[in-house]
Design a protein around this ligand. Structure first.
Ligand SMILES: NC(=O)c1ccc[n+]([C@@H]2O[C@H](COP(=O)([O-])OP(=O)(O)OC[C@H]3O[C@@H](n4cnc5c(N)ncnc54)[C@H](O)[C@@H]3O)[C@@H](O)[C@H]2O)c1
Length: 264
């Protein structure tokens, strides 16, 4: 443990997933107290959802952190429900005394041509990826004001930066997250609350595996200058930087971690 997040209480939404669980694990190693939040039922957006479920993974993650000298609790959170957020923020304060960092990480992907988009799927993805991020900020910020400041990390994507095809609804949410981040960052700068995004490139997690057909993987990887998927720890280290005081002069901007995808 090197203590880059010593004394910080970090709430991570979607903590059972590939990028969320790695943030929890590595942030705990840096001394953070972790509130690992996840939906109890799996959001069925694609047919290949893992059978064991991401809530079970959240519980196992918390056990693992606690058995290895860290401190973590698991909490049930549907990011689309405001009351869930209110309960989770108050549980963070009651258990650990404050809330200092929010990783607004939960998200789903929707791989479909524009002409196949349905109103139902559009609303589902906007509710989780966009409204979920707004509600997270709305409920975490008063707690951060009570704590004297904080850092919020909103998950956008390279698909929030440049067009890709077959993901119009997803891209609309990830583009919105970048502007919501800038707007909120300006509004709360005087409260010592910094708000930034992480824009991941392609990472081989449940999100990718359950929604993108295998035959599309090779052509997608060929678009990455480094010619590989990212590894979850490569996102987690970026999140640790944004969560910590090392990024104290950063707000309202993006940390792009994409193997060069957006470079050309
Ligand atoms: N994996 C990638 O290639 C990639 C690329 C760009 C951006 N991202 C973004 O990174 C974030 C994390 O993605 P991941 O790859 O770890 O995906 P993942 O599918 O492995 O994890 C997502 C997590 O979010 C949870 N979740 C979904 N709906 C929820 C809800 N309504 N309430 C609470 N939790 C909910 C899921 O249960 C899961 O644990 C997402 O916002 C995603 O859009 C991922």
């Amino acid at each position: 443990m090197t203590g880059r997040l010593e004394k910080k209480v970090v709430l991570i939404s979607g903590a059972g997933g590939g990028l969320g669980s790695e943030q929890a694990r590595l942030m705990a190693k840096e001394g953070a107290k972790i509130v690992a939040a996840n939906l109890q039922e799996d959001p069925i957006i694609a047919p290949n959802q893992p059978p064991d479920g991401l809530w079970k993974k959240t519980l196992a993650l918390v056990d693992d952190i606690n058995q290895n000298g860290g401190e973590a609790i698991a909490v049930s959170l549907d990011v689309t429900k405001e009351q869930d957020w209110i309960d989770v923020v108050s549980e963070s304060e009651m258990t650990f005394g404050s809330l200092d960092v929010l990783s607004n990480n939960a998200g789903i992907y929707y791989h479909a041509g524009l002409l196949e988009h349905t109103v139902e799927k559009f609303h589902q993805i906007v509710n989780i990826n966009q409204l979920g991020v707004l509600l997270g900020m709305k409920t975490a910020i008063p707690a951060m004001q009570r704590a004297g400041g904080g850092s919020i990390i909103n998950f956008s994507s390279i698909y929030g930066i440049s067009g890709a095809g077959l993901s119009t609804a997803y891209q609309s949410t990830k583009g919105a997250v970048r502007l919501m981040t800038r707007s909120a960052a300006m509004e709360f700068v005087e409260d010592n609350i910094r708000i930034n995004t992480i824009c991941p490139g392609m990472f081989d997690t449940n999100l990718f595996e359950s929604s993108i057909p295998k035959e599309a993987w090779e052509p997608l990887i060929s678009l990455v200058p480094m010619k590989r998927f990212g590894k979850p720890h490569e996102i987690a280290y970026g999140a640790i930087f944004l969560a910590s005081d090392e990024s104290s002069f950063m707000t309202g901007t993006d940390l792009v971690i994409d193997g060069g995808y957006t470079c050309p």
